[in-house]
Design a protein around this ligand. Structure first.
Ligand code: ADP
Ligand code: MG
Length: 581
């Protein structure tokens, strides 16, 4: 079967399939299977209901792009989304499918310069993706022409309700008189949304992906909050501190698998990748190698991991979130099998937080938040591993003819100097804590809020009110989402939803040319006395040491850090074998 055939049978044609191929999607998600054919063939309005993160954007985006007759420069599709972040995300996702028709797709949201948006609208726009408030502004000013509208999409309808946009949405809907299809997507269907759909939608096809009852209790489940850009270093830390790491790492796309495998190999890890483009014979070869533990890291897509029967994994790692809670359960079910204790780890970036919270609720599992292992943890692990290996060689008298060279060295140098230099030669920077990149932890509370540190204080003329206004105005975040503002002389703190935190910091920093003014507060800033925390950076380090997870501080390091090290490992194995004889 050709890789995109499963999308083709839904009714999509070559021009769209090419885009799907380059995106690296392997199979349509359940909501895509339901929505795409109906959207392509019928004329009904549609309600699509499925969990967050299940690909609803592509479910409506692919057919709309497929059906889009011609570029006319007047909006034929309007997509309403609850936040600026989503406006940008949806725009990006649509642009990534928009390879052939080269439609002009414009995000419109509050907080951005209205004159720039006017300029873009005036230039002509085929698809507009926007937040309700700003769209309404443009409708009132007469700067958005919806007379050619074919599709109105209400995306993340339940969140638009949560954010208090539902009246704006209604007003927009009552503004549009032309016949058009209304497509409503939502993870849940609160009554208010049902009412809205009854009032403004006709001949509705309700397409719903049921979420099954799920349980997961065999496996130890933890998650780490990391920025997207820090995921790779976080992963290598986990591998580095885990004795006998033997795991599957899940990525959502083929492109993601290839990228990750390459980066791991570049760093000297024994990683292999599996996805739908890997031939059957290569797949078998890779699996054989993995089963024999000649490689200890397998990076895979969900599809490629199907049917892999390996029961003794130490870890399953969700490098990117699974499509839905069902596939979360599938993924982590690969560890902890047959009475083996395994650990399932999920990385959550701020952008994934929404989906993760929904998923966590769904699987009703106890997924613990943990701190990433520190460089101290890694170095401690490596040292204890060296001590063990050393003991093995000494006790077995396995040092062979190195004895002669040792005598030579000791004739020329004091023993401590000689040994230290030999360790340096063998392990380079590996035993040096400062050679591990910093991964900034940040603090998220139970409600999913993150604390921000702002380098703006009373001495810069800021009051809590002014900080609030700044965030509302520049970041397009409703005041109701901003909490607990504390202004000190030189800096201040504010709490915002974790899912918005990365965007808010980015936006604020783009305002101050040069010095960044916003960052996610470290844990110490939040828990300690805020006014003195920055000066006492040391404190948190001690705290994190105390909190060191026992899982990470015992045992041995089995990961091969560099190519040479992998070599040493196989040497070690053969020495061990020899010693058994
Ligand atoms: P939702 O709107 O349901 O919350 P999104 O449309 O935002 O979900 O999709 C979440 C992520 O899943 C996006 O990164 C998207 O590119 C990806 N995705 C969508 N469809 C597929 C698919 N068929 N295979 C793999 N990844 C997909
Ligand atoms: Mg969505």
């Amino acid at each position: 079967m050709i890789e995109t055939d499963e999308f083709r049978v839904l009714g999509l044609t070559d021009s769209t399939l090419g885009a799907i191929r380059s995106k690296g999607f392997e199979t349509p998600s359940p909501i895509q299977r339901l929505v795409i054919p109906v959207l392509l063939q019928d004329q009904n309005d549609i309600i699509g209901q499925a969990q967050t993160g299940t690909g609803k954007t592509a479910a409506f985006g692919l057919p709309i792009l497929e059906l889009f007759a011609e570029k006319r420069g007047v909006p034929q599709a309007l997509i309403l989304v609850p936040t600026r972040e989503l406006a940008l995300q949806v725009t990006d996702e649509l642009l990534s499918f928009n390879i052939n028709k080269k439609l002009s797709i414009t995000p419109i949201y509050g907080g951005a310069s209205i004159s720039e948006q006017l300029r873009r609208l005036a230039k002509g726009s085929d698809i507009v993706v926007g937040t309700p408030g700003r769209i309404l502004d443009h409708l009132r000013r007469g700067t958005l022409d919806l007379r050619s509208l074919h599709w109105l999409v209400l995306d993340e309808a339940d969140e638009m309700l949560d954010m208090g946009f539902i009246e704006d949405v209604e007003q927009i809907m009552s503004h549009i008189v032309e016949p058009h299809r209304v497509l409503l997507f939502s993870a849940t269907m609160p009554d208010r949304i049902k009412e809205l759909s009854k009032k403004y939608m006709t001949n509705v096809s309700l397409l719903k992906v049921d979420t099954p009852n799920l349980t997961t209790d065999l496996t130890d489940q933890i998650y780490f909050e990391v920025k997207e850009a820090d995921k790779f270093d976080a992963l290598t830390r986990i591998i580095d501190v885990t004795p006998d790491f033997y795991g599957i790492i899940f990525s959502r796309t083929k492109v993601g698998v290839d990228e990750l495998v390459n980066r791991l190999i570049d760093r000297g890890y024994a990683a292999e990748g599996l996805h739908g483009d890997v031939s059957q014979s290569l797949r078998e070869k890779i699996l054989r190698k993995f089963k024999r533990k000649n490689s200890n890291i397998l990076v895979a897509t969900d599809v490629a991991a199907r049917g892999i029967d390996i029961s003794n994994l130490s870890h399953v790692i969700n490098y990117s979130l699974p499509q839905d809670s069902e596939s979360y359960v599938h993924r982590i079910g690969r560890t902890g099998r047959a009475g083996n204790q395994g650990t399932a780890i999920t990385f959550i970036s701020p952008a994934e937080f929404r989906q993760f919270s929904a998923m966590k609720r769904q699987v009703k599992a106890d997924i613990r938040r943990e701190k990433l292992p520190t460089p101290q943890d890694i170095v401690a692990m490596k040292k204890s591993k060296i001590m063990e290996d050393l003991a093995e060689i000494i006790e077995g008298e396995l040092y062979g003819d190195c004895g002669t060279m040792a005598r030579d060295i000791l004739q020329n140098y004091p023993p401590e100097v000689a040994l230290a230099s030999l360790l340096k030669l063998a392990f380079k920077g590996e035993l040096d804590e400062s050679s591990y990149p910093e991964i900034r932890s940040f603090s998220v509370d139970r409600k999913g809020s993150a604390r921000l540190f702002l380098a703006l204080g009373r001495s810069d003329g800021f009051s809590p009110r002014k900080i609030l206004d700044l965030i509302v105005r520049e970041c397009d975040l409703p005041a109701s989402k901003i909490d607990d503002i504390k202004v000190l002389d030189e800096f201040s703190f504010a709490t915002v939803p974790f899912s918005e935190a990365e965007r808010v910091t980015r936006t604020l920093n783009s305002l101050s040319k040069g010095r960044p003014i916003a960052s996610m507060a470290k844990d110490k800033d939040v828990k300690g006395d805020e006014s003195s925390s920055r000066k006492e950076g040391k404190r948190s380090d001690r705290k994190s040491e105390r909190r060191k997870d026992k899982k990470f501080s015992k045992g041995r390091d089995e990961s091969a850090k560099r190519g040479e090290k992998r070599q040493r490992k196989s040497d070690r194995k053969s020495t061990a074998k020899r010693s058994k004889k």
